[in-house]
Design a protein around this ligand. Structure first.
Ligand code: ADP
Ligand code: MG
Length: 588
């Protein structure tokens, strides 16, 4: 008896399907791509139960006749070979004739299609890769494909799916990406009966259309903070919209990159974009719809259909072109006067010193980016901090005064204690809020005039899913229209301005939807940190009594030495230190 067994065909097809179809959004992406390839001018999408129940895509493209309908379900069945002159470039573009075959293997599928001018259309139905019925269909030009009960026969895979909210957000993002890259096609997305996106086909010129789509996808407020960029190098063009340096956001939620108009995730492109902002990027993130056009032979897209990453043959060239384009177009032309004022007589700014991508990437992860919000403070900062006398809490600290409207000075032992007033306030608020949360005793403050935040649809989707949880955390959030969230009440500890709330909510929607931050206490800590950061600190000028009270609160804090982001709240100059500076021996 041989030990080696050949796997049965239905197992093979499920394994193959696993490579192409990872989650509902991958089904949607493949179906939309087929519709676009078929020349659709309008694509209608209906989703039920986060895509697990139903994914239905209807297009008005060229359609299939009966024979093609049958053939389309076979493995490695494609009509696209004649479009490309060789099989290699066909595969490079992701045409492997596997998508429908794979979707069919793991769902209950219905397809109906009709070619223009034909008296009748045809429909095929089946499940798990087996055809169960073939019937005539109405002569409606185009194709409708319905994949229902996704992964009904592969329970192990079904278990790997993320929360409904995460799947839904990904589905919406998939349509948003397609809509940004295909301006001449109209898109409509309906989820569980409500219309999420309705984007008409655009007739105008390229820039006008891209502007319209970007405004619809990003929402007006994000879009209004963006600027057009455009640049070229040999065999390479870069264009799109990116945030102005004064309109950066707390998260990466609104970043869309495309290579030859296919959506990609690429560390190289992202780092190049960030590098273009140079020192203007203070731990914050630009929104972007950034398009790179290249000779197809100079990159390798989805040889593997699920890989959104791309490999470029000339990484350094691309990195430099993007960062210089962003820098020159955006920073030099539009904000130079304000932000980067050069000495008189010098009207040309030196572009940022762009290292080759490999160098930038060789440094610790994401070296080209500014530090994230929750990163530990840089090492040199930590080293510079002086040891604070261990008994500072027990001491009666005399308030001396305020420096630069930012620092509170206290006499401590024979030395000086310098307190960063904002960092200290953040720490105190943070601990108070977490304590109220833990005891479920959040003091609420209804807002007479609700604050508004414009969100993208996927962000809105996430926020709505978490509305009850947010309410238990003291934030009463409502919806007005598809992309506007309202804040009706906040924890009484916090005070938000309109733009601060918009940022807070945008950031939160990403954290809430992120399965990597699923644990309740992680989410709580993040929301508390962010709220403290965004909430206005009482005053810049602190009265002596207020300074004393702040100090008393800080003494009682669990970690009085650091703000919630890990930066120090205070440092100490000992009497001996001060004496040494005056070349005196001994303490004061
Ligand atoms: P590929 O797109 O790589 O060719 P697919 O499995 O996605 O492979 O699709 C197989 C074939 O089915 C396509 O090549 C195309 O001829 C046909 N097809 C699929 N969807 C549509 C559609 N919406 N309209 C017209 N033809 C389609
Ligand atoms: Mg396809």
């Amino acid at each position: 008896m041989p030990e080696i067994k050949v796997l049965p065909e239905d197992v093979v097809s499920k394994i193959a399907a696993g490579e192409v179809i990872e989650r509902p959004a991958s089904v949607l992406k493949e179906l939309m791509e087929n519709s676009l390839d078929a020349g659709a001018s309008r694509i209608e999408i209906e989703i039920k139960k986060a895509g697990r129940g139903l994914i239905r895509v209807h297009d008005d493209g060229r359609g299939m006749d009966r024979e093609d309908l049958r053939l389309s379900l076979g493995r490695h069945a494609t009509s696209k070979l004649n479009v490309f002159d060789d099989i290699y470039s066909l595969a490079t573009f992701g045409f492997r004739g596997e998508a429908l075959y794979s979707i069919f293997a793991v769902s209950r599928l219905k397809m109906a299609s009709c070619r223009a001018g034909q008296p009748s259309g045809y429909a095929i139905e089946g499940e798990g890769g087996r055809v169960t019925a073939e019937l005539p269909a109405p002569p409606v030009k185009g194709t409708t494909i319905e994949a229902a009960d996704l992964f009904f026969n592969t329970p192990a895979r079904a278990k790997f799916m993320k929360s409904d909210a995460a799947e839904r957000a990904q589905l919406i993002k998939t349509v948003e990406e397609a809509a940004l890259a295909n301006l001449g096609t109209g898109f409509r997305l309906v989820i569980d009966g409500s219309e999420i996106l309705s984007l008409p086909a655009l007739p105008g010129g390229m820039w006008e259309n891209l502007k319209n789509r970007a405004a619809a996808v990003f929402g007006k407020s994000v879009y209004s903070g963006m600027a057009r960029v455009e640049g070229k190098a040999a065999g390479l063009a870069v264009y799109g919209f990116v945030s102005r340096p004064d309109c950066l956001a707390a998260t990466r939620a609104n970043q869309y990159f495309f290579v030859n108009r296919r959506p990609v995730g690429s560390a190289l492109l992202r780092q190049a974009l960030y590098r273009g902002y140079g020192h203007m990027l203070t731990g914050r993130h630009p929104a972007c719809a950034l398009f790179v056009e290249l000779d197809p032979s100079s990159f390798d897209a989805n040889i593997h259909p699920q890989k959104r990453d791309v490999k470029f043959s000339s990484e350094n060239e691309i990195f430099k072109t993007i960062s210089n384009t962003v820098y020159e177009e955006l920073l030099a032309k539009q904000t130079a006067g304000v932000q980067l004022a050069a000495p008189a007589g010098e009207n040309k700014f030196t572009p940022p010193d762009v290292p080759a991508y490999r160098e930038a990437a060789g440094a610790p992860a994401a070296a080209a980016e500014a530090p994230g919000l929750f990163d530990a403070p840089p090492a040199q900062l930590r080293e510079a901090a002086q040891p604070v006398p261990s008994d500072w809490r027990a001491q009666d600290l005399q308030y001396i005064g305020q420096l630069a409207k930012s620092y509170l000075l206290f006499e401590c032992g024979a030395g000086l204690l310098v307190v960063d007033q904002h960092a200290a306030q953040e720490r105190i608020l943070f601990e108070k809020y977490l304590e109220e949360l833990e005891k479920r005793e959040i003091k609420l403050q209804p807002l007479l005039v609700p604050l508004e935040a414009e969100l993208s649809r996927s962000q809105m989707e996430t926020v709505l899913r978490w509305r009850d949880w947010m309410k238990s955390a003291g934030f009463e959030i409502d919806q007005r229209g598809p992309t506007v969230a309202l804040l009706r009440a906040t924890p009484a500890l916090f005070y938000f301005t309109q733009p601060a709330f918009a940022e807070f909510l945008g950031y939160l929607s990403e954290v809430l939807g992120d399965p990597g931050k699923a644990a309740e206490d992680i989410k709580r800590n993040i929301i508390a940190t962010m709220a403290c950061k965004k909430s206005i600190k009482a005053h810049d000028f602190v009265k002596p009594q207020e300074a004393q009270r702040l100090m008393e609160d800080l003494k009682r804090a669990k970690d009085g030495h650091h703000c919630p982001h890990g930066r120090p709240t205070l440092f100490h100059l000992s009497g001996a230190d001060i004496a040494r500076r005056f070349q005196r021996s001994g303490a004061l």
